[in-house]
Every structure is written in structure tokens, then in C-alpha cells.
Design a binder for this molecule. Structure first.
Ligand SMILES: NC(=O)c1ccc[n+]([C@@H]2O[C@H](COP(=O)([O-])OP(=O)(O)OC[C@H]3O[C@@H](n4cnc5c(N)ncnc54)[C@H](OP(=O)(O)O)[C@@H]3O)[C@@H](O)[C@H]2O)c1
Length: 218
């Protein structure tokens, strides 16, 4: 029976990067058991140690296999190929996709088209036996990693086709002080959620900040 309580064993695939380290640190600080994965298990172990929290480092395959809920925090270029290689380990699990398909030029960031519609839909196409949920697209890795920051004042838009899975991810977001998980529609809404990141990057550049989103009226 799936309940909407936050999962206990979280595996961050690509967890040696900025966002992966940030989420691993914050979720572990909120009481979850977190592992981070890497193509190089030794790099994952060294990164986990540097986080100073109770995070363990493994290969991506071990990380995907040991977790109850997987988080995908890799660049879009690496996304489909890596998920194909982990489909068996992620079978039957909730998979949170944080990937923003963006390109950068002199004007800043822009959303790039994805044949499946969005990175999250691409993940669901590859991981047919997992429940893919899009979340954490707009959260700054730097804020997540700031040990002096007790609260992160931001909503997290949660998109997905499986109600039980989006409830679980909202519950997970809610464990981070200051954050709220807000249901933002089915996976087909992921494209505009991912693309909004380009707007936030423009805000960040102009105002020299780490902007987040807040939904009013909820
Ligand atoms: N940075 C942020 O603040 C932020 C916020 C929200 C969402 N995001 C999204 O989260 C994702 C990760 O962002 P990031 O800034 O953390 O990225 P990143 O640091 O560039 O990469 C994350 C990790 O992905 C792995 N990786 C890189 N290329 C790979 C490949 N070809 N195959 C397999 N694994 C590969 C690397 O781990 P190993 O080398 O150890 O395997 C790397 O440490 C992106 O899609 C981004 O759009 C980022």
C-alpha cells in the first residue's frame, strides 16, 4: 500500500553534481537516509564524505538499486542514456526528475525542445515501469548547500501522472523547512515547469540572487 509519507531511502543519481549534493545534504539534514550515485563509486564516496552529513556514496547502479525513491540530477545530455542503463534497478519505484533541458548563449538560458515534450516525459518513456515525477527544477543548489540557512523559502512544483507518486514527492519536499510541494499537474505540464528555469536564471542574473517560486492562494 502506497502512503503519502516521505520515503526513507533516497538515492540521488548523479549525486556528485551541484544539485545532487545540495539535495542529498538537505534531505539528509531533514532525516532521510540518502545515498549519492556516480559513474565512479570512489568519487561518490569522496563527495559524500565532503558533505559532512550522513550520506553514503555508491555507483549509480548500486544507488538506484538500494533506494526506495530515486532522484535524477544529471545534465540533460546524459539523461536518456543513463536512465536506460538503470531501468531495471528503478523498476516499480518513484523517480524524481529535476532535469532542465537548457542551452546558454550571450542572452542567457533558453529552453531547448525535447522530442518527448520534456525531460520528465523522456524519463517516463525510458522508465516505463517506474512512476516519474518532476520536481526541484527551480531550487538553487547553492541555497541547498548553505549550512547556515535553516529554511529555504520556496515552493516546489510537482508534476506527475500517478497521484500516489506525486503525493509521496510532495511529502518529501515538505520535510525541508520552508519548502512546500505544490501539485502542478500531469507530466505533460513538465515542459513549462522546466522552461520556467530559463526565466528564473534571467531574474538571478539581473538581481544577483537565487530566485525561487511561490504559488499564492494555496
Ligand atoms: N545546479 C542547480 O542549481 C540546479 C537546480 C535545479 C535543477 N538542476 C538540474 O539538475 C541537473 C543536474 O544539475 P547540476 O548542476 O548538478 O549538473 P552537473 O554538476 O553538471 O552534473 C551532475 C552530475 O551528473 C553526472 N554526469 C555528467 N555527465 C554525465 C554523463 N555523460 N553520464 C552520466 N553522468 C553524468 C556527473 O557525475 P559523475 O561524473 O560523478 O558521474 C555530475 O556530477 C541538470 O539537469 C540541471 O538542469 C540544477
Amino acid at each position: 500500500v502506497v502512503t503519502a509519507s516521505a520515503p526513507q531511502r533516497i538515492g540521488v543519481i548523479g549525486g556528485t553534481g551541484a544539485l545532487g549534493r545540495g539535495l542529498a545534504y538537505r534531505l539528509s539534514r531533514s532525516g532521510a537516509s540518502v545515498t549519492i550515485g556516480s559513474r565512479d563509486a570512489e568519487r561518490a564516496r569522496a563527495t559524500a564524505q565532503s558533505l559532512g552529513a550522513e550520506v553514503r556514496g555508491l555507483s549509480n547502479a548500486e544507488c538506484a538499486s538500494e533506494c526506495d525513491l530515486g532522484v535524477v540530477a544529471v545534465p540533460f545530455d546524459a539523461h536518456a542514456g543513463l536512465l536506460e542503463s538503470l531501468a531495471a534497478q528503478l523498476r516499480g519505484k518513484v523517480v524524481v526528475d529535476c532535469v532542465n533541458p537548457l542551452a546558454f548563449d550571450a542572452q542567457g538560458a533558453r529552453a531547448v525542445p525535447v522530442p518527448e515534450g520534456s525531460a520528465a516525459q523522456q524519463a517516463q518513456a525510458v522508465l516505463a515501469a517506474s512512476a516519474v515525477v518532476g520536481a526541484f527544477h527551480h531550487v538553487s543548489a547553492q541555497l541547498l548547500l548553505d549550512a547556515d540557512l535553516e529554511r529555504i523559502d520556496s515552493d516546489v512544483l510537482v508534476v506527475g501522472d500517478d497521484r500516489a507518486a506525486t503525493d509521496i514527492v510532495q511529502a518529501l519536499v515538505d520535510t525541508i523547512p520552508g519548502m512546500r510541494g505544490i501539485y502542478a499537474g500531469p507530466l505533460r505540464n513538465a515542459a513549462q515547469v522546466e522552461a520556467l528555469t530559463a526565466t528564473l536564471i534571467s531574474v538571478n542574473r539581473r538581481y544577483r540572487t537565487h530566485a525561487g517560486v511561490r504559488i499564492t492562494g494555496v
